[in-house]
Design a protein around this ligand. Structure first.
Ligand SMILES: C[S@@+](CC[C@H](N)C(=O)[O-])C[C@H]1O[C@@H](n2cnc3c(N)ncnc32)[C@H](O)[C@@H]1O
Length: 267
């Protein structure tokens, strides 16, 4: 069993597709006349997007926070004066209310109770500070539902033990776009912007969906299954997924994401 199932190499296999929503998120941020002095990138992963954001907005002090030792080890290569990376739990993270920007790309979905977490993140902002968050919302797609179908089959009951298969945190944690708009409104953010966007990824073949989810949703099974059982799980998953979505070259993998932005009212 592995404690840290984040594999930066696997995650980066679809770097171009995964980074587009990040750039769309940055487009929502308004640097303003005073620029962005202090910012946090929560769930920063391997840090290259954190560095890009810091550079784009000329951030004086940017901190990337992550809980994965493997991701933080990669992020260390991007550290420089004014850009640091630190271990921490983004679900509990907040600050003294002095941040100009709190950014979180594809990380909030891993923690529960989004109204409470977003309240802590908004409390970390100074008046005029901005929140920009992106979460995947593709948990109803076959890529995700087939993983659950295979994990709940009798074949894996013994390997998974009495706790059973780990539930999909995205399905459990991610709210509907209209619920996020209510949360941001209740937190007093000015002009909250929430949108559901579909990213039509064209993958070389339907089999590449397996490679995609190996870097994200399947990591939770990798964490709890012994290596040989995980290999068997992957084989079953692939066979069943291809049965459901078919064999296509190329394959259109439509991926839904929620992007949200809001600004604390200036004092
Ligand atoms: C899908 S990656 C996104 C990385 C980066 N933001 C990007 O856009 O490429 C999600 C990251 O969130 C981190 N993460 C998940 N749960 C976390 C938690 N509770 N506290 C801190 N980091 C967490 C993971 O370690 C991982 O690096």
């Amino acid at each position: 069993m592995r404690q840290d199932a984040w594999d930066p190499d696997q995650y980066h296999r679809f770097a171009a597709e995964r980074s587009q929503p990040f750039f769309d998120l940055l487009d929502l941020v308004q640097p303003g006349p005073d620029g962005i002095r202090l910012a946090a990138d929560l769930g920063c992963g391997s840090g290259e997007l954190t560095a890009l954001a810091a550079e784009r907005f000329g951030v004086a002090e940017m901190v990337g926070v992550d809980s994965s030792p493997a991701m933080l080890a990669e992020a260390a290569a991007h550290a420089r004066p004014g850009l640091t990376f630190t271990a921490g739990d983004i679900g509990q993270w907040t600050s003294a209310g002095d941040h100009d920007l709190v950014l979180a790309n594809a990380s909030l979905q891993w923690v529960p109770d989004h109204p409470a977490v977003l309240a802590r993140w908004v409390a970390a902002l100074r008046p005029g500070g901005q929140l920009a968050v992106q979460v995947p919302a593709n948990h109803d797609a076959p890529s995700h539902t087939v993983a659950w179908e295979v994990a709940t089959s009798p074949e894996f009951a013994a390997a998974l033990g009495p706790a059973g298969p780990p539930p999909d945190p995205v399905a459990a944690n991610v709210l509907r776009p209209e619920e996020y708009s209510a949360v941001l409104h209740e937190l007093g953010l000015d002009r909250p912007h929430v949108r559901l966007q579909v990213y039509p990824h064209v993958l070389p073949s339907s089999r590449d969906v397996v490679e995609w989810v190996k870097g994200t949703t399947l990591t939770r099974f990798q964490r709890v299954l012994p290596a040989d059982a995980y290999a068997e799980f992957l084989a079953r998953y692939e066979a069943r997924l291809l049965e459901v979505i078919g064999h296509h070259q190329p394959y259109l993998f439509p991926f839904k994401r929620i992007l949200m932005w809001g600004q604390v009212r200036a004092a």
